[in-house]
Design a protein around this ligand. Structure first.
Ligand code: M6R
Length: 371
């Protein structure tokens, strides 16, 4: 049921304040004065010690689910102290890459049925790793075959383009980082800030959804373009990849997510006054580096659309020469949840304006059950 919406993708984008609440319900505890703020993940409690002791955590997934894991990687590394590596499921299988008994392998999949992810799970089980599932589908193959796991509880997602599952996956993995990290004096302030940030996230997402009309106007400007680049780094490298994936998948426009730190190693050659470029430059430890990327793109007359934190327009845009998308600032590790939403809206409106099928993009299936 699409309710008052024209498409499932549109409904699922706008549902995110609620889906995020459902994802966190009963799992985040903000006790009274003497009770610490903490996270409860029932499905993992018997395995947390093993995960903490593992030699590394390997995230495995495809498409949007891989991107969600990439977004969560920095906070997991920070709070757990365990090295975290990333694997695209098909690539792990192609290489038959090393997976060890001392590894924790985390399988991220909305459907829980993706063939590559499922085969990578079989492979990791054969190699003796502890296998954790993060899925949106109770009873799915990945949920059944992993040793333990977490349901994201985002509610049924129908649009082929994953939207609300992405943000719920990031939130679940941030909670996983808190659960693995445990309570130490040294990380207490950070933990509490992340937990508070999680509580406030649905309201911030409601706020950023108000950019809908602005993104529709931007889509009108970009509707006839051949290509769109998205530059991000740090916590928002994943946002760049995921924003570009949404645009190419539904709007059928070439789009590429670029790690801003790689700019001078190739992508800079593409920059001219015609190619539109989204630069994600919200406040975090990488902000000044992103300011300098913007300056360099500007010096090459790049056509810039800059996403920044509220009130930062003047800090990122030189002489009013770029279009600005201002978003609420949240705890840095949760910023990807907010930042992806304008790009989801942009992809949605571009698709409608270009006259393509929003919920069933050509050649794609919701659940990819063949290799
Ligand atoms: O169900 P899964 O999360 O395992 O699916 C993985 C990808 O096929 C999926 O995320 C795909 O990239 C989406 N259509 C992206 O919107």
């Amino acid at each position: 049921n699409k309710g008052n919406y024209e498409h499932y993708m549109q409904k699922e984008i706008h549902e995110q304040p609620e889906s995020l609440k459902t994802t966190m319900r009963g799992r985040l505890i903000r006790g009274g004065s003497c009770k610490a703020k903490t996270v409860l993940l029932g499905g993992l409690k018997d395995h947390l010690k093993t995960i903490r002791r593992s030699r590394r955590i390997v995230f495995i997934g495809c498409g949007t689910s891989y991107n969600a894991a990439l977004a969560a990687r920095p906070i997991l590394e920070e709070l757990s102290g365990v090295p975290v590596t990333m694997e695209i499921a098909s690539d792990l299988l192609d290489r038959q890459g090393p997976i060890y008994r001392e590894d924790t392998a985390v399988f991220v999949s909305q459907s829980g049925e993706t063939a590559d992810t499922l085969l990578a799970l079989e492979y990791a089980l054969e190699n003796g790793a502890l296998c954790v599932g993060i899925t949106n589908t109770v009873g799915s193959a990945i949920a059944r075959h992993t040793h333990c796991g977490i349901h994201i509880n985002a509610g049924c997602e129908i649009g082929v383009a994953s939207t609300k599952a992405y943000t719920s996956q990031i939130v679940v993995m941030a909670m996983l980082a808190l659960a693995i990290g445990g309570d130490t004096i040294s990380n207490q302030a950070r933990r509490e800030a992340v937990i508070d940030g999680l509580f406030d996230l649905p309201n911030n997402v409601r706020e950023v959804l108000k950019l809908d009309q602005e993104m529709k106007d931007l889509a009108k400007l970009l509707v006839a373009e051949q290509s769109l680049l998205v530059f991000g780094r740090g916590y928002n490298y994943a946002t760049a990849l995921e924003g570009a994936l949404k645009v190419k998948e539904v709007a059928l426009m070439h789009s590429e997510g670029i790690l801003a730190g790689e700019m001078k190693h190739g992508p800079l050659a593409l920059v001219d006054e015609n190619l539109p470029i989204v630069v994600i430059a919200t406040r975090d430890a990488c902000f000044s580096k992103q300011q300098s990327v913007i300056q360099q793109l500007h010096a090459r007359k790049g056509r810039l659309i800059v996403m920044c934190s509220k009130g930062d327009a003047n800090a990122v845009c030189l002489g009013g020469s770029c279009r600005i998308i201002e978003v609420p600032q949240v705890e840095d590790c949760l910023q990807p949840v907010v930042n992806i939403i304008p790009l989801q809206l942009l992809a949605y409106h571009l698709t409608v304006l270009r006259g393509f099928n929003v919920d069933q993009p050509r050649n794609l299936a919701k659940s990819v059950t063949t290799q």
